[in-house]
Design a protein around this ligand. Structure first.
Ligand code: GLP
Length: 248
């Protein structure tokens, strides 16, 4: 079931989700447990990372008991490439907090054996005890992570082809469209659905149509985000613009 949660704006949404994450980390670390976070890239989670960094600096939130798994990575881009998701995460989050570098997991975009790399990634999630809380954005194609249509509910971490809409949307971060990789490594839909909690963030009018589809359409491979309807604890955190098409 998807529970919509409307916030006055993206900064307040970020504060609410950051508080949930902080509470989870603090409760679990008191009983000596790690918290396993699934993390996302893109413009959407930036206010969330900024708020978590603020809580770390100003309210003593520690990430020493956190293990993280990022959703995806572009195939062919290494950590030094400014558009790689590894670089993005270091720049916008990890270098500002106290997470142990060894606890960070991001699919290796430079892997020469992607089947093995993806299988290892799944095994590492399992070894960590599964994902406690997964942060998600949503692409205009209905992709979560880089699970483009058609992506089935039982898909696992794998190499996928990026479609033209996604490549065009993401080209704003690159010099030009040709620079945008044509494939990526991504957690599968089943990997995402196995997280104990899912918090999807969507802000702005550009997300209104796909938010409506994700929540209202019959779950199908044509809009992978619809599979989230089958999750027991999934919340869509929306600003008024992203929620605008949910009124009827
Ligand atoms: C990328 C990422 C997704 C993300 C989506 C939306 O393609 N792989 O995980 O949710 O873009 O990005 P944005 O938040 O910039 O709209």
């Amino acid at each position: 079931m998807i529970a919509p949660r409307l916030h006055p704006d993206k900064h307040i949404a970020a504060q609410v989700v950051a508080r949930e994450i902080a509470d989870l980390i603090e409760i679990r670390s008191k009983s000596g447990k790690y918290t396993v976070l699934g993390l996302a890239t893109g413009a959407t989670p930036l206010p969330l990372y900024a708020e978590l960094i603020r809580l770390h600096r100003e309210a003593g939130l520690s990430f020493q008991s956190v293990i993280s798994f990022n959703l995806d990575e572009y195939a062919g881009l290494g950590p030094a490439h400014p558009q790689s998701y590894r670089y993005f995460m270091a720049e916008h989050f990890f270098r500002h907090i106290d997470i142990a570098p060894g606890n960070i997991h991001i699919p290796d975009g430079l892997s020469t054996d992607t089947t093995q790399t993806c299988a290892d990634f799944e095994a590492e999630i399992t070894a960590a005890g599964g994902i406690d809380l997964q942060i998600l954005g949503i692409g205009r194609t209905g992709h979560i992570g880089f699970n483009e249509p058609p992506s089935s509910a039982d898909s696992r971490t794998r190499q996928v082809h990026l479609n033209d809409v996604t490549r065009r949307d993401n080209s704003v971060f690159f010099e030009n469209l040709d620079e945008v990789p044509t494939s990526a490594l991504t957690m599968g839909v089943a990997t995402i659905l196995a997280a104990r909690r899912v918090e999807l963030l969507a802000f702005g009018s550009g997300k209104a149509a796909i938010v409506r589809r994700a929540m209202r359409e019959q779950p199908s491979v044509d809009c992978p985000a619809t599979w989230l309807q089958r999750h027991a604890a999934c919340t869509f955190h929306l600003d008024p613009e992203a929620a605008a098409m949910l009124r009827d």
